[in-house]
Design a protein around this ligand. Structure first.
Ligand SMILES: Cc1cc2nc3c(=O)[nH]c(=O)nc-3n(C[C@H](O)[C@H](O)[C@H](O)COP(=O)(O)O)c2cc1C
Ligand SMILES: Nc1ncnc2c1ncn2[C@@H]1O[C@H](COP(=O)(O)OP(=O)(O)O)[C@@H](O)[C@H]1O
Ligand SMILES: [Mg+2]
Length: 162
């Protein structure tokens, strides 16, 4: 079982990285696209940050900051052999953003990763996570992270030059 005090010690956790291709299941099978981070970003996570489902804030390149949910782990339903970190942003984008920089601030923990008997139950669990995250993120302590300098830096010229 994840030790909540261990997890919370690292939050908020900020990171950025280029969006890479995963297995293409997020949008095609689940109807919930997830922007996947490269292995390097996953390897740089603090060793004692538990796998599981988290929520927070995200922006793409120098774009607006949106609510997000992120899954860190091996996706037991799919039995992945590599640990992944995948972010679903609660926003409708006009097009895919592979290759762009994704900026992420994780602020809270929702639950451990689970296996499910059916795709339908995986999808409804994820939809439940999204609803819970939306509620939690309206709390003042979480809303303030949206304004963090971390996201301001991503809007600066330095980042736009890439
Ligand atoms: C909020 C959220 C919760 C998730 N929870 C689980 C889970 O409990 N078990 C699991 O096997 N996968 C879970 N996933 C991961 C999905 O299985 C994953 O997004 C899907 O396999 C897409 O993978 P892909 O990006 O490689 O295509 C979750 C994803 C999100 C965004
Ligand atoms: N709201 C969104 N949240 C996350 N990714 C999105 C969103 N809208 C579009 N995308 C795009 O969808 C891609 C993820 O789709 P997905 O089916 O999970 O494929 P993959 O397996 O390649 O990660 C992201 O890399 C991004 O380019
Ligand atoms: Mg994905």
């Amino acid at each position: 079982m994840p030790r909540t005090d261990c997890i919370m010690r690292h939050l908020p956790y900020f990171c950025r990285g280029q969006v890479v291709r995963g297995f293409g299941r997020g949008s095609k099978q689940l109807g919930i696209p997830t922007a996947n981070f490269p292995e390097q970003v996953v390897d740089n996570l603090p060793a004692d940050i538990s796998t599981g489902i988290y929520y927070g804030w995200a922006s793409v390149g120098s774009g607006d900051v949106h609510k997000m949910v992120v899954s860190i782990g091996w996706n037991p339903y799919y039995k992945n052999t590599k640990k992944s970190m995948e972010t679903h942003i609660m926003h409708t984008f006009k097009e895919d953003f592979y290759g762009e920089i994704l900026n992420v601030a994780i602020v809270g923990y929702l639950r451990p990763e689970k296996n499910f008997d059916s795709l339908e139950s995986l999808i409804s669990a994820i939809q439940g996570d999204i609803e819970e995250a939306k509620k939690q993120l309206d709390l003042p302590e979480h809303l303030k992270v949206k304004e963090d300098n971390f996201f301001q830096v991503s809007k600066s010229k330095i980042m736009n030059g890439h």
